[in-house]
Ligand binder design. Structure first.
Ligand SMILES: NC(=O)CC[C@H](N)C(=O)O
Length: 452
């Protein structure tokens, strides 16, 4: 029994905790699972795992499953896999959910073998590949979101039209005009800290109602665990406050919601390896290959960072989100911005939006970096101007269809992730795409109803 589980037992015996949520991050990075009583969890699930239907890892946003996934729910009789709780992820008290603890779980087959397509596993494999080379990844994810004054139910019933943003104008860095959003974001900040996350900064952003809360970087898996925990908790707090909050990458024609990922490598002993120790441009040879790998793999792997139709609405010209494939020192117009110096030298990957599954996005970045390192890829010249306006910069895949095509026909992706993972996420993207292709949108009605 781990220390965390001992503490959970003590909290339960003192009457402070009654239930444990056991959750697995799904393909979308959402938390799916069940509530267990503390005794049932400690005496059974914590030891043997806990069954959950395997369609949880082969479904779209609407919970539609279908044939063709590498893990096929129908063909396996809608059986169970096993959720094996990871004690390192236990949070004994959720400030927004009285008497409740939460633990994340890995998905394994009944015999104990990992479910290779599970997002946490996809990242674990890449982190293990790093560890084989004596390296470890540290990451921070920066989620932006929009808050509206309506409740989630009202927003849904109004089909998300005519909603009032919780701030009225561009409040980027503003310290006034925040009265409409402060009650909910204050609660989110404070309760996340009470739940154990380490807050660094928080501020309003460009789009009316937009806000960003940044937690301290740490080891990559823990950051991704914190990310899904934060997203889930922030929505619960918003719901309790009667506020609708969205992380979708592009809500309307205004600024999108990003999820910039800061990523650095260290030796497994903690030594920074990206800085060159004073000579040259500050970047070590390893870092130059690491950044080169990001650029070389980006078109093939962008699906793992931008998995939905809406992701690509954000990555269009005319906004403050990347559209090309380039890198530059402190250049926010590039998808890969090099920031920091010495031990803090790192990349900020600016492609993922608020919908990204952090495990997959970070796995893609680690895999791309390793590809660059293993193949000793030369680093192209940095972009020092406005990469968004430079037509000479190669274009990122502009739609989900293009990204899917690059992923499926990639020679690199199966080498980095294996055929099973490639096929599974291609299937997931196709499901998202074909749902969109069948849907008639408001845009089409406005454009064509009278005038066509
Ligand atoms: N702070 C920023 O850099 C803005 C990012 C922008 N909201 C995006 O979608 O990428």
């Amino acid at each position: 029994m781990t220390d965390g589980y001992e503490q959970l037992r003590a909290e339960a015996e003192a009457g402070r905790v009654e239930e444990v949520i056991v959750a697995v991050p799904d393909l979308q990075g959402r938390l799916m699972g069940s509530r267990l009583s503390v005794p049932h969890f400690l005496d059974e699930a914590a030891r043997q795992g806990f069954g959950a239907c395997l369609y949880l890892l082969s479904t779209d946003v609407e919970m539609d499953t279908g044939p063709g996934y590498a893990v096929d729910a129908w063909n396996s009789g809608f059986g169970d896999f096993v959720l094996r709780p990871d004690p390192a992820t236990l949070r004994t008290r959720l400030p927004w959910d009285d008497g409740t603890a939460l633990v994340l779980a890995d998905a394994v087959w009944p015999g104990g073998a990992p479910v290779e397509v599970a997002p946490r596993r996809v990242l674990r494999v890449q982190l293990d590949r790093l560890a084989e080379r004596g390296l470890a990844a540290h990451a921070g994810t920066e989620l932006e979101f929009l808050a509206f004054t309506a409740s989630y139910r009202e927003a849904w019933e109004r089909r998300y039209s005519g909603l009032r943003p919780a701030t009225r104008y561009n409040t980027d860095y503003s310290l006034q005009g925040l009265e409409g959003i402060e009650p909910v974001v204050r609660r989110i900040r404070r309760e996340m800290v009470r739940a154990g996350l380490v807050l660094e900064t928080a501020r309003a952003e460009c789009h009316p109602g937009q806000y960003e809360i940044v937690f301290r970087y740490t080891e990559a898996m823990t950051t991704c665990d914190n990310h899904v925990f934060f997203k889930n908790g922030a929505k619960q707090i918003a719901a309790a406050e009667g506020v609708a909050l969205t992380f979708m990458p592009k809500f309307d024609g205004g600024e999108g919601n990003s999820c910039h990922v800061h990523l650095s490598l260290r030796g497994t002993d903690g030594t920074p390896v990206l800085a060159d120790g004073g000579a040259g441009d500050g970047m070590s040879e390893l870092m130059r290959h690491f950044v080169a790998g990001q650029l070389a793999c980006l078109p093939d792997l962008v699906l793992l960072m931008a998995p939905n139709v809406n992701s690509y609405k954000r990555l269009q010209p005319g906004a403050f989100a990347p559209t090309g494939i380039a890198w530059g020192p402190d250049n926010r117009t590039c998808p890969v911005r090099v920031v920091g110096s010495g031990p803090s030298l790192r990349i900020e990957h600016r492609v993922p939006g608020g919908d990204a599954n952090p495990y997959l996005a970070v796995a893609a970045m680690v895999a791309a970096g390793l590809y660059g390192i293993d193949n000793r890829l030369p680093l192209p010249a940095p972009h020092t101007g406005n990469a968004l306006a430079d037509t000479a910069v190669p274009r990122l895949p502009a739609t989900l269809g293009e990204a899917l095509h690059r992923w499926e026909t990639s020679e690199i992706a199966p080498k980095l992730f294996g055929e099973e993972v490639v096929a599974h996420y291609a299937r997931a993207a196709r499901a998202e795409l074909s749902a969109f292709e069948r849907a008639v949108t408001d845009w089409e009605r406005m454009r064509g109803f009278e005038r066509l």
